[in-house]
Design a protein around this ligand. Structure first.
Ligand SMILES: Cc1cc2nc3c(=O)[nH]c(=O)nc-3n(C[C@H](O)[C@H](O)[C@H](O)COP(=O)(O)OP(=O)(O)OC[C@H]3O[C@@H](n4cnc5c(N)ncnc54)[C@H](O)[C@@H]3O)c2cc1C
Ligand code: FES
Length: 256
């Protein structure tokens, strides 16, 4: 099923921690068709300001659509003020999803930085039935930048954390945790989402060990539909749009 634009009802919109918010929207038609790694494009307010929609990975799609987000600017500030029962204009699902690994793969390693952890919840919801060994290597600036992914742990995912200031988990970048990655190219698949330097380090590790993987990229989006070319990113095959050709790309193809 393709993308739909519709007005949906907000089920809840709560501040979970000083940094992280959780939005739940009664968008059953999107929940039925969305795949892990895809995103929704939200018009946070009617009118001209802000003009463009704001993109968010789908965090969960059980019956409703759930989004985990941070307030970083005007659009997310407006979104955070929405209340249960408000209408929300949502376009989606959009973009490319993560590829589900084949049956030879035993280890699914997710490497996330900050809010980049969001699409891994839905990925783990799908993969938990398939008995992969799931591992999340999760980094952030401090303990406040790392969301408690206990629902991911409930899905059987082993979680390792690194923070730059050492306030939670290992002190340093998430690359301090790469020794946890089983380096068997026939059995391990990597997924990454977060800041570019972190994903570049994941790409280096994957190249060194001949591991396959995928990366979910972020750029500032406008149309979200591949039409305006406002979100291009460099790949080994030339410039590609993050919103339409991505956001999920083959890890080896991205030029960081
Ligand atoms: C495919 C995709 C999935 C995303 N998923 C999530 C998610 O699950 N949760 C979440 O909190 N955020 C997610 N984002 C980022 C989110 O879209 C932006 O934080 C949001 O659009 C900012 O809007 P704003 O009006 O609040 O901030 P603005 O006022 O537009 O910008 C505030 C600051 O954030 C920077 N910024 C804005 N958008 C981006 C971006 N896409 N990448 C990097 N920096 C940006 C701006 O350069 C500026 O410095 C995603 C982005 C993409 C492209
Ligand atoms: S935002 Fe218009 S092409 Fe991606």
């Amino acid at each position: 099923m393709g993308a739909n634009q519709n007005s949906y009802t907000i089920v809840s919109n709560e501040r979970l921690t000083p940094r992280f918010w959780h939005l739940c929207v009664d968008a059953e038609s999107i929940a039925d068709s969305v795949q892990p790694g895809q995103f929704i494009h939200i018009k946070v307010r009617e009118g001209m300001e802000p003009f463009f929609r704001r993109p968010f990975s789908v965090y969960r799609a059980l019956n409703h659509i759930e989004v985990l987000y941070e307030v970083v600017g005007k659009g997310t500030e407006i979104l955070s003020q929405k209340k249960k029962g408000d209408a929300l204009d949502v376009l989606g699902p959009l973009g490319t999803p993560f590829t589900i690994p084949d049956e030879n793969i035993e280890n699914v390693v997710m490497v996330g930085g900050g809010i980049g952890v969001a699409p891994f919840m839905m990925l783990s919801d799908l993969l938990k039935a398939k008995e992969y060994k799931m591992l999340l290597l999760y980094g952030g600036r401090s303990k406040d930048h790392v969301y408690d992914m206990k629902e991911l742990a409930k899905n059987g995912c082993d979680i390792h954390i690194a923070t730059n200031d050492g306030s939670h988990g290992v002190k340093g970048f998430v690359s301090e945790l790469f020794s946890e990655i089983p380096p068997d190219s026939n059995k391990t698949r990597i997924y990454t989402c977060g800041p570019k330097p972190m994903m570049a380090a994941v790409q280096d590790f994957a190249r060194t060990h001949n591991l396959k993987g995928e990366a979910s990229c972020e750029e500032v989006l406008a149309c979200g539909l591949g039409a305006c070319l406002g979100c291009v990113t460099k790949t080994e095959q030339g410039y590609k749009t993050v919103c339409y050709d991505g956001p999920v790309f083959d890890l080896k193809d991205i030029v960081f």
